[in-house]
Ligand binder design. Sequence first.
Ligand SMILES: *Cc1c(COP(=O)(O)O)cnc(C)c1O
Ligand SMILES: [Zn+2]
Length: 415
Amino acid sequence: MSNAKSLRCRECHREYPLAALHVCEFCFGPLEVAYDYDAIRRSVSRTTVANGPASLWRYRDFLPCDPDAAVDIGAGFTPLIHARNLGKALGLRRLYIKNDTVNPTWSFKDRVVAVASTRARELGFTRLACASTGNLANSVSAHAAAAAMEAVVFIPHDLEANKVLGSSVYGPTLVKVRGNYDAVNRLCAELAGAYGWAFVNVNVRPYYSEGSKTLGFEVAEQLGWRAPDHCVVPIASGSLFVKIRKGLDELAQAGLIDEPKTRMSGAQAAGCSPVATAWAEGSMNFRPQRPNTIAKSLAIGNPADGYYSLVQLRDTDGACASVTDDEIVAGMKLLAETEGVFAETAGGVTVASLRQLTAAGHIQPDELTVAFITGAGFKTVEPLEGALRPALEIDPTVESFQDAYRTLQPTEAVA
Ligand SMILES: *Cc1c(COP(=O)(O)O)cnc(C)c1O
Ligand SMILES: [Zn+2]
């Protein structure tokens, strides 16, 4: 079964049963899964993990659901790449890329949905729903299909074409809401009360957010069981940002790594930067924003974990960048051209932020730094229009090729 023992309020620490609950009745604080760490320490070792499946279920001891009944479409255990070329371009000697673009629905959201859908099915739900900026809807639709559950997914009406297609193909009820994500989220909070469905990021959010810890677990394992010195993470609701560090802390609690001293830095788009703006102002209270950015998957103007993100930035000696849409496109291109990784706009935000934080001296050249690349580029092709080198179009003759190629590289052309 699972080592989870209760839900616990982050603020007042009151305990609740492991049900579909997400808010404390007494103080309205968010609920989080609490574990029996003695049981985890007894059951887990580096060897049990290494002998586990090549998916996030290798960390079953740290997850709040029964892994033997998992909704498993292969989420997790993605590559960690030593990014020597990108590192050289930015002046970082020990830079790694965690490439989460290669998950089953091409974003890190498969991690959170794998856990949430497994727990929802265990709790007896037959419908899986979500409020999404795009990637979550893709993943909920796919996992519901594999779990033989019904999917009802809610998205803002103006998403990229491939993010819409990437849900529709799995056959969900797809609902386009005429409003931004924050309006979608408010609607879903109301619907979760009215319908008895599992909204993965509303009423079963405590289980959902645990899935993000697995990024912390994997990075530590892939580095040879050590925590990175510095992580750079894109922030939408802030859940991923907070949970990567929780994953590292839990590994230490279970005795698998030394106590982490990892600095946690955030990445946001200037067009939706409530956390970065508060950070720059030295405030612990962010002001909600109306998003306007090409990084649609990060376009949450009123982030649920915004406050906890600011606390984590402060407590881990991190920093939070915000980057323009032009910098985001340049970041997407730089990552693709230096490392062969085609990321969506959120990946451009991370790479551009990495550049900004390094230039400002927040990241040191010798820090072992991991940049989290959380979604694949084919989902967000629109901003690349006109930004890439055009192809040479030629007749099928050597002359035609020479003529065209000479216009590019006159000195290299053959006579
Ligand atoms: C959802 C998402 C994030 C961030 O998620 P939060 O946990 O809400 O901060 C980052 N990158 C991509 C591509 C996403 O889809
Ligand atoms: Zn409480």
